[in-house]
Design a protein around this ligand. Structure first.
Ligand code: BGC
Length: 316
């Protein structure tokens, strides 16, 4: 079995999604991140200087377990260090002493609150990954120290045969969802994206779906008007599937991804039939995929799909 398959197996074994009282889903504490410990940091693999994470065995992931030998390298991608608008200042640089972000709160328009509760700040003044060690310090490719918020639309319909009859497997209806192929690593994923400063999650969900699955960035004003009409219909009512930490390969000890994933199910399939799907922005492909236990998707997206299948009482 390839190391990646092994990782995914163990991720699925230890990662449970539980309903909690608020009607939301959260990963249980026993869930340990796997992709966030990938041996070589994304987008450095084929460079002169691949960034290798310090190896963290499963039992040493939690901060509360002593690991005296732990000595991870520090890495912040040059594109982040240049400090574009979406990135924070380098809090490790003493010149920025007066610019310390307001951790665990709404810092101007930037949401530095974690969906998972309060996170700690270490002795160097950096947020500590609430899911434990990753083998790398700094921000890597992530702009924000601490939580970096994303949002994911899960647009589903029932799979139908040529006669329009819903397809069944093992006595349950088969559902399908819109997936995009990511430009950065070719993996299939939900058409989600980063929440812009000051943006509400439902806006991000609609915007990202438009940009990645309908290529709105290249659409004419007339086409945009039509797309808006159709998205208003589909996105009027959604169900939250997940809100919290994501086991993302870009995570570090001091910066990590969080998301809110929402399901928009088109029972009759006539709303989604109006869309002309076309990959755009950070996506290079778009297609309907069956909800199925053998799916392999980016980050923890497969867990969201499993939960969606449960909620729709669809085959998995
Ligand atoms: C993606 C989201 C994903 C998040 C966390 C973002 O870059 O667009 O789909 O949930 O990262 O992995």
């Amino acid at each position: 079995m390839s190391p990646l398959r092994h990782c995914l197996r163990s991720l699925h074994k230890c990662c449970r999604l539980d309903w909690c009282s608020g009607g939301r889903v959260s990963m249980t504490q026993q869930c340990i991140h796997v992709k966030a410990r990938c041996p070589v940091y994304p987008r450095t693999e084929n460079t002169e200087n691949p960034i290798k994470r310090f190896e963290v065995p499963d039992d040493k992931v939690p901060w509360k377990v002593a690991f005296p030998k732990y000595d991870p390298p520090v890495y912040t991608a040059p594109s982040v260090a240049k400090q574009p608008v979406w990135a924070d200042v380098d809090v490790l640089n003493k010149d920025n002493k007066n610019k310390t972000p307001k951790w665990n709160s709404l810092d101007g328009k930037i949401n530095r609150k974690s969906h998972e509760g309060r996170y700690e700040i270490n002795s160097c003044g950096c947020p500590k990954n609430p899911h434990g060690r990753t083998g790398l310090k700094g921000r890597g490719l992530l702009g924000r120290w601490g939580p970096n918020h994303a949002a994911d639309p899960i647009v589903t319909r029932w799979k139908r045969d040529e006669s329009g009859k819903v397809v069944e497997k093992d006595g349950k209806k088969v559902a399908q969802f819109i997936a995009v192929q990511r430009r950065d690593n070719n993996e299939w994923a939900l058409p989600g994206g980063m929440v812009d400063a000051g943006e509400v999650i439902t806006t991000t969900i609609r915007r990202e779906f438009g940009e990645e699955a309908l290529n709105t960035l290249q659409a004419t004003p007339e086409e945009i008007k039509q797309i808006e009409q159709h998205t208003n219909e589909l996105f009027a009512k959604g169900t939250e599937i997940y809100r919290g930490y994501v086991d993302d390969p870009r995570n570090t000890d001091n910066a990590w991804m969080e998301t809110c994933a929402m399901n928009f199910h088109d029972q009759q399939g006539d709303s989604v039939a109006k869309f002309k799907f076309c990959a755009g922005d950070d996506a290079v492909g778009v297609q309907w995929l069956d909800l199925d236990g053998s799916l392999q998707l980016y980050a923890s997206h497969v867990n969201f799909m499993m939960e969606t299948a449960k909620k729709l009482n669809a085959s998995w």
